[in-house]
Design a protein around this ligand. Sequence first.
Ligand SMILES: Nc1ncnc2c1ncn2[C@@H]1O[C@H](COP(=O)(O)OP(=O)(O)OP(=O)(O)O)[C@@H](O)[C@H]1O
Ligand SMILES: [Mg+2]
Length: 193
Amino acid sequence: MRELSLHLLDVVENAIEAGARHVALAIVEDLDADLLTMSVADDGRGMDPEALRRVRDPFFTTRITRHVGLGIPLLAAAAERCAGGLTIHSQPNGGTTVVARFRHSHIDRAPLGDLAGTLICILMRDDGLELSYRHTIVAHGAERAFEWSTTEIRDALGDLPLSTPVVREWLSGFVTEGETQLKEAQDAKTQVS
Ligand SMILES: Nc1ncnc2c1ncn2[C@@H]1O[C@H](COP(=O)(O)OP(=O)(O)OP(=O)(O)O)[C@@H](O)[C@H]1O
Ligand SMILES: [Mg+2]
């Protein structure tokens, strides 16, 4: 996949399909350690050890619409190609945490891509999923983060659904602006060095 954000979308879709009500998405770009980590933790039905063992196999899927499941194998391959790897912790009824690591500067590492668009796409499902999000950049020992949760946003909105056009527009601006500011702060730091 050309963008890591599309892998993120896929892992979040897995969580939703597993019945998750809460999903915590974290991206850490540690430029000092030259490491990019993306993690998705859910409280869905989880996997037993046998399913967990087979999840990297493209021919393992619990989908009934087709017989291959490529999300996890593709993400694992992308991470391994970039001197990183994929770790999955899961327990039946205990949720699942997927962590993908990449060498940040690796020539084969795909860009994060349209994170804002991906987040809006998840938020617009508006099916009661609670999402918490944190994108952190560490550079020269300093940490900056863009962080929010649907719980906070829903509290502020009262009864307005997230998919209401005016809310959608506001969310889109909020997420795009947050990501842009984070990126600008990172670029400014990188130029100083
Ligand atoms: N977060 C999760 N919780 C529970 N089971 C999961 C989770 N993520 C993946 N799985 C299990 O692993 C299988 C393989 O996942 P994978 O993303 O590789 O393929 P898929 O979702 O089946 O199909 P695709 O991603 O190609 O649409 C899923 O069908 C599901 O059974
Ligand atoms: Mg999938």
